[in-house]
Design a protein around this ligand. Sequence first.
Ligand code: MSP
Length: 664
Amino acid sequence: MSTSQAKPKYYLTTPLYYTNGLPHIGHTYSTIVADVIRRYKRMRGFDVVMTTGADEHGVNVERSAKKAGKSPQEFSTEMVVQWKQLWADLGIAGDEFIRTTDEKHHRTVQWLFKRCRENGYIEKGSYTGQYCVHDNAYVLDAAPGDPCPDCGRPTETVTEENYFFTLSEFQQKLLDFYAANPDFIQPESRRNEVVSFVQGGLKNLSITRTSIRWGIPVPGEAPHVFYVWFDALIGYLSAVGGPDYDDRELWPADLHLVGKDIIRFHAVYWPAFLMGADLPLPGQIWAHGWFLYDSEKMSKSRGNVVRPRPIVGALGIEPLRYYLLREIVFGQDGSFSYDGLVTRYNSDLANGLGNLASRTLTMIERYCSGEIPKPGTAKSREGDVPGTADFAAEALAKIMHFYDRNSFSLALEAIWEQIAAIDKYITTEKPWALAEKPEDRGHLETVLYTAAEALRIVAALAHPVLPQATQKIWKQLGLSEPLGKYQMDLLTWGQLKPGTKIEKPEAIFPRVDKSETIARIEAMEEEQNKPPEPQATPAGTTAGATAAAAAPAAAAKIGIEDFAKVEMRVGLVKSAERVPGADKLLQLQVDIGDEVRQIVAGLALAYKPETLVGRKVVVVVNLQPRKLRGVESNGMIVAAAAGPDGSPVLAGFLEEVPVGSKLK
Ligand code: MSP
């Protein structure tokens, strides 16, 4: 692929995601935002390339691979297949996908290291520090035993011989760079944070490890491998040519889009590495906020993640895109809720854009034989005409300005103001009444032309966020050109040609029943969360050996220390009832000795709720809580998948055992 000479290039990236888990709404959000910017920039005349990818090295991936009984390479490759498939299914696959295990990436990392070394910015040393394995970062100024300030997990004391990047030498250079490029870090609040962090002084950064194998080798320095940030960040450059970046003329990147959790690495380390290697620096780092669920950052380890597939299965990708961009102010945190998602769907997409499109097109079909009418001579009633050149020009400028600043929620708000204005105009002008009097024909045609032309403009403006729906509207308006190739700068009032044959109107966003839709999403989620075959067991129960239940058939043996992580106790079922709308689920209150736990278990097909009350069961008590059909479950009941069709048979005891006793 080469960039055309005529158009200016725009190169943007998403973070390269860790492959120790699968994407949730947080990752999906970053990638969707990048996709929106990519589509918007294309409609503004740029030759856009978007890179996404996988950050595959590091302890977390190595651990997850071990748990699954696979080599890190094998495990990570399987995960990458799933990530790529999801992005493709959601239509947000990007143009380049870089894996940190790609050979071209290895070459680029080694080359960048060599350049930094030749420039005198690499030193050997030994480092002892508190390290957060989860976040792959040292926690500066932490004492042994201190928790990681980001994730709260205990830090580990690490001492080893490393190569260091002499980050301390870049303090002033970075501060000068930020001052000369005030838009480099966005939003403003993050910029201030980063600047004061750098003003506080920078320590040299350890960039290699000798204790792990799963990384890119430092040439001629075995057993050193590059570690985390002097690996993943470089992926943005490897994706577009690495050492030969001049060939594609895409480097430096125009925008790195990241979550606020990794702003420091992008705004401090990355420009310093590039300065150290005498390479051009990216144009901008934009840090967005977090999607919270139950007031906490969504993360796999907290067990509060929302996955995209069930939502897409129930509503489609476009409502999710719209909701994520409309609901939170870009840059700030926001809460994700199914209720909010479906409410927005019905009010803004079904009743708003969808309804405007269908009423306008249906009336053109009915009153104008399916052809865009010629605006008549008769005037509309005064003050009710949104369809003037001034009106459109003003809205256009405002909306593009919001897109340019990544103020997506404001852009959408402004587009939906237009939708409301046209709706009001139609309601006031009453085309259905005008159609009854032949003398109002000119007036009728003005109104319907105005509505159709305004719909065309709205569709073009909303295209980056709703690519498929707006393309459908565009096509229904009789326009054949792919909307994605349309240039927003050419969007002026009055281009819709009278006489254009429209297509048969079709509902774009049919209204949905809120509780039924949420129940469907939760049911799909439940289905997705089931452990893989052949160990498939009912949700909330675990068959056979608990720890191994979710692992593949050929899982490696685990050490006693792994087994010891699973805490099981004898519990007494105090009450049991069905979970409404879920055939298999029972909601139980179980006494586990020192507390009564609510557990949702997939026992309903095998046990009547009343037969369980007073029964002793085995409970896994230290699992992350999770929600099933909206009901929180705090533990798991152990069962064998031994009944008919693999239905659960509860584990129990022949002798009398006190409630709360631990199993070992
Ligand atoms: N591998 C590193 C990034 C290296 S970039 C060279 C990494 N990976 S990650 O898989 O943990 O992804 C982090 C990114 O996912 C965040 O920066 C953010 O873009 C996105 N999100 C993850 N959870 C999120 C939310 N709860 N909300 C919004 N975005 C979040 O860090």
